[in-house]
Design a protein around this ligand. Structure first.
Ligand SMILES: C[S@@+](CC[C@H](N)C(=O)[O-])C[C@H]1O[C@@H](n2cnc3c(N)ncnc32)[C@H](O)[C@@H]1O
Length: 203
């Protein structure tokens, strides 16, 4: 399919999408806000949680959702891209996988945190296997970081794709957390291989 035909299809899909329309009305920067809302409603992630890290945060709708509903939170956001500022959020522009940026995150909180959420995904190449492999690597890296950085009752949430690294991620989560759930929120497009892993309570 030609590139301009793909982008026309994408625009038409966006116009029909109820989550896109709702996000415009409710002031969210992207429809992704409803994914974290649905995850939170099912797994009660943010009740009595105050320190949060948002990995791959741009344009910022996950953090917008949290701040709108949990006013006492402090969030550190990181992304390769800049984001427009959000109250109670401190943003780092950079690659999360870089050790210097991990050190900056640790230094910012200077203590363990309660929630680490990652929606990191690479720009799609069109090769679904490659995309899921690279996003799987990002998820594993974020999970390893979380084991070191979360309080014992902490929660880790991450985007994952059904693919080669799926089983490895689930096994690694089960080994390191007492509870592991896989959930595809209704807001996640049906034709996407995306799902989310929710890992609770460090072993
Ligand atoms: C699906 S978007 C996140 C949407 C976001 N949760 C929201 O609600 O607005 C994925 C983001 O991951 C970021 N990303 C991908 N690889 C990254 C990395 N290594 N370090 C930091 N951010 C990364 C991309 O720049 C992109 O902005």
């Amino acid at each position: 399919m030609k590139k301009n035909k793909i982008s026309k299809n994408w625009i038409n899909k966006q116009r029909r999408d109820i989550y896109v329309r709702k996000s415009k009305i409710e002031g969210y920067r992207s429809r992704a806000a409803y994914k974290i809302e649905e995850i939170n409603k099912k797994f009660k992630i943010f009740d009595n949680k105050f320190s949060i890290i948002d990995l791959g945060a741009a344009p910022g709708s996950w953090s917008q959702y949290v701040i709108k509903n949990y006013k006492n939170c402090r969030i550190l956001t990181i992304d390769l891209k800049n984001i427009d500022s959000i109250d109670h959020c401190f943003h780092i522009i950079g690659d999360f996988t870089n050790d210097k940026n991990k050190a900056k995150i640790k230094e910012y909180f200077n203590k363990k945190v309660e929630v680490i959420m990652s929606d990191m995904a690479v720009n799609t190449t069109g090769n679904k296997n490659l995309d899921s492999l690279v996003t799987g690597e990002l998820c594993l890296d974020a999970m390893k970081f979380s084991i070191d950085m979360l309080k014992p009752n902490g929660v880790f949430i991450s985007k994952i794709f059904m693919g080669k690294s799926f089983n490895e991620i689930v096994e690694f989560s089960k080994k390191n957390f007492k509870k592991t759930n896989i959930f595809k929120p209704p807001a996640s497009r049906k034709d996407s291989k995306e799902s989310f892993v929710i890992s609770k309570f460090l072993r």
